[in-house]
Design a protein. Structure first.
Ligand SMILES: [Zn+2]
Length: 234
């Protein structure tokens, strides 16, 4: 890797996914597939992808940057029951029949509060092994795909051994009671750490004042809890 890691911290709006001007379209998968990433993360990923290729692993990005508006649409459709929200056992939840704070926590287990997703930064990505599945394979991003019998277990092991060399780590590897484990989620530490440090609940509240967010009152009342349990990675 070449050593230009002096990128400045993102602007407030970039941190919240409201501005994607810090991103580049990076080649990260089969047949010219691209993803939006920060240039530093894209460069580090390219080096890691090449090293993985040499060992027969088709390390590819399924999704990189996600905008605030996209995350907001996911949040609101889940909150309104237009998109399924499940519990850990995979049972569909009826959020409308739940206390607001319970409903918010149920959404947060699998979906970030808009403005707090690590996918806003361009440092984070969901990955799979393109060589381990047919090209028409429908990626689900579920734990079984990355577990011992799953198609991406070899990649999972490879990442365990090698991702650190390239500056990557997996923030949601273990269940800490907040966000459910996501073995597919990779984060480029040099950039992500700066973003993490720059995030604040008060900034979030300020920038989202005019946003039409489902459960907004509850979110505002519990904002510090949410940041502690679902945003900050210990
Ligand atoms: Zn992810």
């Amino acid at each position: 890797m070449s050593g230009h890691s002096n990128s400045s911290v993102l602007t407030r709006r970039q941190l919240l996914g409201m501005d994607g001007s810090h991103l580049v379209q990076a080649s990260v998968g089969p047949a010219g597939a691209t993803a939006l990433l920060h240039a530093d993360a894209a460069q580090a990923f390219a080096a890691m992808r090449e090293a993985a290729q040499q060992e027969g692993i088709g390390l590819s990005v399924a999704s990189g940057f996600r905008s605030f508006d996209r995350q907001l649409a996911i949040w609101n459709t889940k909150a309104r029951g237009e998109r399924a929200c499940h519990d850990d056992a995979g049972n569909r939840l009826d959020l409308a029949s739940m206390e607001a704070w319970d409903a918010v926590q149920a959404i947060l287990r699998f979906s970030a509060l808009p403005g707090t997703s690590r996918h806003h930064w361009g440092s984070d990505m969901d990955v799979f092994d393109e060589k381990a599945v047919p090209c028409d394979y429908r990626l689900q991003l579920v734990a079984e795909e990355y577990a011992e019998q799953g198609p991406f277990h070899a990649m999972h092991n490879w990442l365990e051994q090698r991702a650190g060399e390239f500056g990557f780590f997996r923030p949601y590897r273990e269940d800490r009671g907040g966000i459910a484990p996501e073995p597919w989620h990779l984060s480029y530490r040099p950039l992500a750490e700066q973003c993490e440090n720059a995030m604040s609940a008060s900034q979030w509240a300020q920038q989202t004042e005019a946003v039409d967010l489902a459960y907004k009152e509850t979110v505002m009342a519990k904002l510090h809890d949410i940041f502690e349990r679902f945003v900050q990675i210990p």
